[in-house]
Design a protein around this ligand. Structure first.
Ligand SMILES: [Fe+2]
Ligand SMILES: [Fe+2]
Length: 357
């Protein structure tokens, strides 16, 4: 398909009110399609389920990936925004009708996921993958070294911009973008633990219990994060509508790794990197908060995570990554997931820095 490819879906059936998806620009297409997510699965399948209509719909979804690869930022945003809205069906209790079980939506979701993974895989450096050690003992030190040398590590966005330059408005937008992962970290762990056993399950359980404030409802991490959101007066509409494509991608990749059992090694690599990068990054955020004398909730949240995530990261490395590294396929998967995290994080930070300076 060429970058300018658009598929056409008939609009001649007002009875089912099909959106003019093939003739729309990417963002307009997504605006027209997302209302179907809050209709029933049966309605969506009835409207898009005949083979020709479904094929045309999937063609439009695939064209977002083609356009994105050609540098179309709107198509990238549309692709990741749509995936994030679909994931919301799987991760939030519905307020009304939900298309969660739709067969057509499943096909759309898989297309979006496969395209998202293909884009990340295309960014992987083959020469790095070729150096994955064969020895279990060597794997964790190698992965840490790889991370220390990566541009996402001690990125100037945190070490220069957030620490020394960010204004209160910048930190407000920072919190909005961070909500893609922090606002649901406990659910990611809950998804990830399905089917695990032994040391892996215990590590996830311990991590999860920390997320639950070790049993104190007032200390649940997602609640502490929501206090930061409230302290800035950030609305739900803003959280849904103001995320950048890069922030959406970071959140989507986390969900994607955690929801599929066959991607468990990728999830381990992805989350181990997430935890390991937090203490240094949050130290810079904390410094900014104190420099600007901003409200307390963020100080509580970031101070807590500087300690707890250092502990989580060492737990991940010792009790999950290292044991799993005995298996060559798991080493490849963990490396792939770690690099998805590092590469997407670096792009997100480059973009954020570019926006703010
Ligand atoms: Fe946490
Ligand atoms: Fe953590």
């Amino acid at each position: 398909m060429s970058p300018s490819a658009t598929a056409t879906i008939t609009t001649e059936e007002p009875a089912v009110r099909l959106p003019r998806i093939g003739q729309d620009a990417p963002r307009a297409f997504v605006d027209r399609f997302t209302p179907w997510l809050t209709r029933t699965a049966e309605e969506l399948d009835q409207a898009f389920g005949d083979p020709a209509t479904q094929a045309a719909l999937l063609d439009v979804i695939a064209s977002l990936a083609v356009l994105r690869a050609a540098g179309d930022e709107d198509a990238f945003f549309a692709q990741q925004y749509l995936l994030s809205r679909i994931y919301a069906l799987h991760l939030q209790l519905p307020a009304g009708a939900s298309a969660e079980g739709s067969v057509v939506l499943h096909a759309v979701t898989r297309r979006l996921e496969l395209d998202t993974m293909a884009a990340e895989d295309a960014a992987l450096d083959g020469s790095v993958l070729a150096t994955v050690p064969d020895e279990q003992e060597a794997y964790v030190p190698w992965l840490k070294e790889l991370t220390r040398a990566h541009k996402a590590f001690k990125h100037p966005y945190y070490h220069e911009f957030i620490r020394n330059e960010a204004t209160p408005a910048d930190l407000r937008s920072y919190v909005v973008q961070e909500s893609a992962v922090d606002a649901r970290f406990d659910d990611l762990l809950a998804l990830m633990q399905l089917g695990t056993s032994g040391g892996e399950k215990m590590e996830i359980a311990a991590n999860y219990w920390d997320e639950m404030g070790n049993g104190d409802p007032a200390q649940v991490h997602t609640l502490l994060f929501s206090r930061i959101i409230d302290s800035f007066g950030i609305t739900d509409a803003e959280l849904t509508g103001s995320l950048s494509a890069e922030a959406l991608l970071s959140g989507n990749l986390a969900v994607l790794c955690c929801r599929y059992r066959h991607l468990f090694p990728e999830a381990v690599g992805f989350l181990a990197m997430t935890e390991w990068l937090v203490p240094d990054r949050f130290s810079q955020v904390l410094h900014a908060w104190r420099r600007l004398a901003l409200p307390d909730p963020a100080i509580v949240y970031h101070e807590l995570h500087i300690g707890v995530d250092a502990h989580h990261a060492s737990g991940w490395f010792a009790n999950v990554v290292k044991p799993a590294a005995a298996d060559p396929a798991a080493r490849r998967g963990m490396t792939r997931g770690a690099l998805w995290r590092l590469n997407s994080s670096a792009r997100y930070l480059n973009h954020s820095l570019g926006e703010r300076r």
